[in-house]
Design a protein around this ligand. Structure first.
Ligand code: HEC
Length: 452
């Protein structure tokens, strides 16, 4: 095998440090193969690099932070990539069948060839809406992805993690035809500066494949917009009383999550027409953002209302090793960045504190982080035993997990889908199947119980 110079250094370092576990030919041994196209803990270079640098201690993968320089780790990663290519490693195809503790599941492709799909929701039994982050709203009708995206949808800033994010259908869609979108909104450029952006919400109707009657229902004060391009949140959910909840990530400035004069790092509650409930917890505080509902939330990209209790549950991306599941309550402080179970991505400590008076504890946290994204309580009939269990998506670990919750505690967790792609969203369909929105490749798969 002929290797470029930088990967040759990597080859030597690999043989010295890694071969005893992952095999001299990288094909595995005491530990997993690194050339089979399967990346259980994240496929991208950034994840592989972090897994080498900080290890996966609970599984016996050592940390190389103290023994290898960043450059040395980089050359090992190059060597692994080069070897993958030479071995013709390919990501295994999406499985057609899954075995879980309760059901054998059939997996089929529902929509394919999508560009960074982000969210799915259903207009009726035969029609799904799917957002693509670059700014398109797509329709799947009777199982067929319509070639033309919906025209005239809002312009979005597609940069970094931003773009067209969530889509949500009004619970009374039959009567009012409202559809809600969340997206990254950018202010006009001025003076050659990078224009600031923030998450914005709009509702509209789809008539003749065109977005019409558009109304902006949430727009943050422009002085709070940020020039960063990450941590926008955002999910939209409705509770049984008709309130609309959404979340905005802290936009890369951690301390803003504790500041109630800022919209970022928070959960918000509004009425569906955009008006703000007067009994919101910070409504009467001076200079506050009136729509705030909770604070200290780093970057929420999963939200769901419990079908029986009406409670609001949310998953948020923590820093390294601090992903959280939270039960969101009015006026509560979820602690970021004062308390967290995570570390900075460069391995340095953010805070020693995981608990503090007046700050909420997560119901569950994931260490290492699985990169939680997309959340839904299973609401259908097809998987009878899974009623009201929580479906949790994971980008980095490419997983859908199923959590059983009792009395605000997670009593059981199982992985039901793994390795099919980065999971952006999970949703119960009107037919009771579970729909999973994937990136790399950009598609939606449908999980249904296999008939016995
Ligand atoms: C003492 C044994 C050991 C050594 C030495 C070791 N690893 Fe690992 N590594 C593991 C184990 C265990 C795992 C977890 C997966 C598994 O169960 O095999 C792992 C996981 C990984 C993963 C994540 C794989 C995935 O599927 O996402 C990467 C990447 C990795 N190792 C790279 C390296 C590199 C590079 C080195 C050398 C610098 C190295 N490892 C040295 C034991 C080891």
């Amino acid at each position: 095998m002929v290797l470029p110079a930088f990967a040759q250094d990597g080859a030597g370092l690999y043989q010295k440090n890694c071969a005893q576990c992952h095999g001299a030919d990288l094909n595995g041994g005491n530990a997993t193969s690194l050339v089979d196209g399967i990346w259980q803990f994240g496929a991208e270079n950034s994840y592989v690099t972090r897994n080498i640098k900080f290890g996966i201690p609970h599984l016996g993968m050592p940390s190389y932070e103290k023994t290898l320089s960043d450059n040395e780790i980089r050359s090992i990663v190059s060597y692994i990539r080069e070897s993958e290519n030479n071995a013709g490693a390919q990501k295994p195809p999406t499985p057609e069948e899954l075995e879980t503790m309760d059901y054998d599941i059939h997996v089929e492709t529902f929509a394919d060839g999508l560009e960074i799909p982000w969210a799915i929701d259903f207009l009726d039994n035969n029609t799904a809406l799917i957002t693509e982050r670059p700014g398109k709203l797509r329709i799947v009708k009777n199982g067929v992805l319509q070639p033309e995206p919906v025209k005239n949808t809002p312009e979005v800033l597609h940069e970094g993690q931003g773009g067209l994010l969530d889509v949500a259908i009004d619970p009374e869609y039959d009567k009012n035809s409202w559809v809600y979108l969340a997206y990254s909104h950018v202010l006009p450029e001025s003076g050659g500066q990078r224009p600031p952006a923030m998450t914005r919400l709009e509702r509209g109707k789809i008539v003749d494949n065109t977005w019409t009657d558009a109304e902006v229902i949430f727009e943050a004060p422009h002085e709070t917009y940020r020039t960063t391009r990450h941590h926008y949140g955002c999910r939209i959910v409705f509770d049984p009383l008709g309130y609309l909840y959404f979340a905005i990530g802290e936009r890369g400035t951690a301390e803003h999550a504790q500041d109630i004069t800022r919209p970022n790092g928070k959960v918000h509650r509004i009425h569906k027409d955009g008006s703000v409930p007067k009994d919101n917890p910070f409504y009467n505080e001076k200079n506050s953002i009136k729509s705030l509902y909770s604070f200290g939330n780093r970057n929420i990209q999963g939200m769901a209302i419990h079908p029986a209790t009406g409670e609001l549950w949310a998953t948020e991306h923590g820093p390294m090793g601090g992903d959280e599941l939270n039960l969101i309550k009015s006026g509560k402080n979820y602690g970021w960045p004062v308390i967290t179970y995570g570390l900075n991505y460069n391995g340095t400590v953010i805070t020693e504190e995981t608990h503090k008076e007046g700050m909420e504890q997560p119901i569950l946290y994931w260490k290492p982080s699985i990169a939680v994204c997309g959340l839904d309580f299973y609401r259908g009939d097809a998987f009878e035993k899974w009623k009201n269990r929580l479906l949790v998506g994971a980008l980095k670990y490419e997983e859908v997990r199923l959590l059983q919750i009792e009395d605000e505690r997670v009593v059981h967790e199982q992985v039901i889908l793994k390795g099919a792609g980065r999971v952006r969203d999970v949703s119960t369909g009107p037919d009771g199947a579970i729909y999973v929105v994937l990136n790399n490749p950009g598609k939606v798969v449908r999980l249904a119980p296999k008939p016995n």
